[in-house]
Design a protein around this ligand. Structure first.
Ligand code: SAM
Length: 448
């Protein structure tokens, strides 16, 4: 797409490029093709492109993927894209501010990749909305002003290193893959641009992301101040700096990501912050009628497929979204997949209802005296030979979860969960899928 074609589209749509909307359109085919090549597209991919504009990048994606979702804020450009792709059923044009786009519905479309020659002014907010953990993307390619891309990938000791670098690098491997000069845009911007490739990182130990972010905000709040004057009081600073191997006068910008994770772990007050060794826990063994017939260790029960007891709890907010938890990658069973809001085994001698109340507190920090029974599930391979009682509660307040067990939590609309399970059962713990079927049967009033 060259400058003449772009001018024609702009004339036709009546768009006068707006600086506020970052409307600098790419005029160089080779650059556009080069950017898209970093998405490493496959026919089964879904791609979300934010700010497609006149379609310079879009045309290199159409026809190569299963679905393409275009999110464009300018109503005239969105209308023109809709017209252009009217005969291409896999293209969906969404006329919306990408900062407001509901990313949760994208989980049902995995594998999914993110593409955007982002508007400079709202690029940060768009990235935060789409690319913060938990997100559904397996890869993201973004173009922004060079100065911002440099900050994303900067390391300690570099002037660009700071809060943004650590936030993004705690979720993604970041690599600058292209530098793009102003001359390949219409109109020509005043700054250079760069393209970054972001790939989700799975090489970090579990850490409490909210605490990490809070400590970063404090630490970088006054960049030139010594860190110990900025972090919460009441911790042994000498012990922490010895652990980090740094001087007591250290400043936030001198510490790398691994050191920030050490700080986060040091400040984490959650009683379950260490990865638990669970093999020796004792559970009741039960017969086919769910009657207790003895006890055994967790390791023995799982090794022998013996029947035992568990609870799952579905937590709903006032809008009736369901809270799902992303299980830690360190879990021995079903690592790194989505699961019920809370779930766990009954301890030996424990009742179902009290186990559900305990799990809610331990896994989510929700204090409830009672939970409502939704239904009972028989043992099967899918439940891991567990008799499960499923409970539900409504809850709105703060959530507090142990990072050793739970990587992230997210509220999902029920229709998203339906679609997601249908498309991607492998994204879920099998016990959760059985519980979901039970919940759907019970809420439809057709329990069997
Ligand atoms: N992808 C096109 C290209 O490479 O030529 C256009 C890129 S241009 C830098 C940014 C695009 O983002 C424009 O089409 C603009 O209208 C759109 N845009 C600006 N703010 C937006 C927002 N908040 N949400 C969605 N799109 C936005």
């Amino acid at each position: 797409m060259n400058e003449r074609e772009i001018r024609q589209i702009l004339n036709h749509t009546g768009v006068l490029p707006s600086r506020q909307l970052g409307q600098n359109f790419l005029t160089d085919e080779a650059t556009a093709a080069g950017i898209v090549s970093h998405l490493d597209l496959s026919p089964e991919d879904t791609v979300v492109e934010v700010g497609p504009g006149t379609g310079a990048l879009t045309r290199h994606v159409v026809g190569r993927v299963k679905k393409l979702i275009l999110v464009e804020f300018d109503s005239r450009l969105a209308a023109a894209l809709r017209e252009k792709f009217a005969q291409v059923p896999e293209v969906e044009v969404v006329h919306q501010d990408a900062v407001e786009f509901d990313v949760r519905r994208l989980f049902a479309h995995r594998p999914i990749k993110f593409l955007g020659n982002l508007p400079y002014a709202s690029g940060g907010a768009i990235m935060k909305n789409f690319l913060s953990v938990p997100h559904p993307f397996s890869r993201a390619v973004i173009m922004l002003q060079k100065e911002v891309i440099d900050r994303l990938s900067a390391q300690p000791g570099h002037a660009d290193y700071g809060l943004l670098s650590l936030r993004v690098q705690s979720g993604w491997h970041v690599k600058t893959v292209m530098e793009v000069p102003p001359e390949v845009f219409y109109p020509i911007p005043q700054v250079d641009s760069s393209v970054a490739l972001l790939e989700p990182r799975e090489d970090l130990p579990p850490f409490d992301r909210r605490l990490f972010d809070e400590l970063l905000r404090r630490g970088f709040g006054q960049r030139r101040k010594q860190l110990h004057k900025l972090l919460p009081e009441g911790k042994d600073w000498e012990q922490l700096t010895a652990l980090l191997g740094v001087a007591k006068t250290v400043r936030a910008e001198e510490l790398d990501l691994a050191q920030w994770l050490t700080i986060t772990h040091f400040y984490d007050e959650h009683p379950l912050k260490e990865i638990p060794q669970k093999g020796s826990e004792i559970f009741d063994l039960v017969d086919d009628q769910d009657q207790v017939i003895g006890q055994a260790t967790r390791a023995e029960i799982h090794a022998n497929d013996w029947k035992h007891r568990a609870v799952h709890v579905f937590v709903f907010n006032k809008r009736r979204d369901l809270l799902l938890q992303l299980r830690s990658r360190m879990k021995d069973k079903h690592p790194g997949v989505w699961d019920s809001s809370a779930a766990g085994h009954l301890d030996a001698g424990e009742g179902y209802q009290s186990a559900a109340v305990r799990e809610l507190e331990e896994e989510l920090g929700i204090a409830k005296d009672q939970v409502i029974e939704v239904g009972k599930l028989p043992p099967s391979e899918a439940t891991g030979w567990e008799f499960i009682t499923l409970y539900a509660v409504q809850y709105q307040g703060a959530l507090r979860y142990p990072c050793s067990e739970v990587e992230a939590v997210q509220w999902f609309p029920l229709e998203v969960v339906d679609q997601w399970i249908k498309n991607r059962p492998q994204d879920f713990a099998s016990g959760f899928i059985e519980c979901w079927k039970c919940f759907r049967r019970e809420s439809a009033g057709t329990a069997d």
